[in-house]
Design a protein around this ligand. Structure first.
Ligand SMILES: [Zn+2]
Length: 401
């Protein structure tokens, strides 16, 4: 039996998703779950746009030479799903999006005026995790990274890192996470690139973090094989820590792919590359979000925001009209016109994770009013128009202001 706060049981109770053994580590999204997924995705997309990223899409499968060049063939092959095509050519389903974005920058052949180039992708990646390691949405074989890469001149790098760091607290707060810690992870034992390169990358990244006013916990040896990282760790209501956001300063991949831009004097120069993600994996973040809130998501994220419960048959049409009005103004509203008792309807609305229940009976129909009932039991009687305005304000997407 799963515990009630486990995201797998919440996923079932709220009818969001399921996993089954024919597709280990890959999610079947139900309509309500996919709605939640897209709400999260859209909030990230809004942040990407604010930060100046251009959204792209790159191939799911790339041939072996690209993975050899990126270093994944030597350093990450056991985690990749490999394919052998006709003619014996090997390719791999992408475990990361970086080499794809590098191909785009190579095609662009940017000049210094084009920098920084910022590319973002909701990249569907696959990693061959052992079956025993799989765990609900927390550890999957197929997941979506809110991935982004910045290609910039050295003198632009600090500003890019601190811009990213500055936006994160407000972003996480929209999802109800207030407690964020920052860690700095330095070079691991197995790595690509020279020690001199790592010296430069580590000191630049650490300096930028300090410039952004961050205090970092040091994690020696925990960096990626190509770059040191800043990692943003969220604390949930159960006291657990989750690494979500990351920004990594990479001098290795620009070198390995021989990336360059043309500077003001017409000379070829090597750009620096930042890898960044706010959530890391959308799926894993959703798992955390569900457990953090025990399924009672903030109103802007609830797949069903308002349930309009009619009491008595005479109020059913009125309930339909009120729900239709809410949908018209952008709330996700449905009607519960079953012949059940009001207390049953209240319990079921909690089970469905709806933050608001609107109760209408004969009295409300006569007064052209409704009773608003919040998830915590607080109730208010309001005229129709005021209730609509109040609910619209409550259901509005985070950061819509
Ligand atoms: Zn990357």
């Amino acid at each position: 039996m799963l515990e009630a706060h486990d995201h797998r049981s919440l996923g079932q109770r709220l009818d969001l998703f399921h996993l089954q053994e024919e597709a280990p580590g890959m999610v079947f999204w139900h309509p309500r779950g996919y709605l939640l997924y897209r709400l999260i995705e859209n909030r990230v997309r809004q942040q990407m746009q604010r930060d100046g990223f251009l959204e792209v899409r790159t191939p799911q499968i790339l041939a072996q030479p690209i993975w050899e060049r990126s270093g994944h063939w030597d350093n990450f092959r056991e985690n990749m799903f490999l394919l052998v095509e006709d003619g014996g050519r090997h390719s791999a389903v992408k475990p990361v999006n970086c080499p794809g974005h590098i191909q785009l920058v190579q095609r662009m052949s940017p000049s210094y005026r084009d920098l920084p180039v910022k590319l973002g992708e909701f990249g569907l990646v696959h990693r061959n995790e052992p079956g025993g390691a799989l765990h609900g949405l927390f550890r999957l074989r197929q997941f979506t990274q809110d991935d982004g890469h910045v290609f910039c001149a050295e003198e632009q790098m600090r500003e890019e890192v601190s811009r990213f760091c500055r936006s994160l607290h407000a972003f996480y707060a929209d999802f109800g996470f207030e407690d964020v810690e920052v860690a700095f992870s330095s070079r691991p034992a197995q790595r690509a690139g020279s020690d001199e390169m790592w010296d430069v990358a580590e000191s630049l990244l650490l300096e930028s973090a300090k410039q952004a006013g961050l205090e970092c916990v040091m994690q020696p040896g925990q960096g990626a094989f190509y770059a040191p990282k800043l990692e943003f760790v969220l604390k949930d209501r159960l006291g657990r820590s989750w690494q979500c956001g990351t920004i990594q300063l990479d001098l290795v991949l620009p070198e390995r792919f021989d990336l360059h831009y043309v500077d003001a004097s017409g000379q070829k120069r090597r750009p620096m590359m930042l890898h960044r993600a706010i959530l890391g994996s959308l799926e894993r973040f959703m798992g955390m979000l569900l457990e953090h809130h025990g399924g009672a998501l903030p109103a802007w994220l609830a797949p069903e925001q308002v349930i309009v419960a009619s009491v008595g048959e005479a109020a059913a049409g009125y309930a339909e009209r009120f729900a239709a009005k809410l949908r018209e103004v952008g709330c996700r509203a449905s009607v519960d016109a079953r012949g059940e008792s009001l207390s049953r309807k209240i319990v079921d609305s909690h089970q469905a994770g709806a933050p608001w229940l609107v109760v209408v009976g004969n009295r409300e129909v006569e007064k052209n009013a409704v009773r608003l009932r919040r998830r915590d039991g607080e109730q208010r009687d309001l005229p129709w128009d005021e209730a609509v305005a109040a609910l619209v304000a409550e259901c509005r997407p985070a950061a819509a202001a």
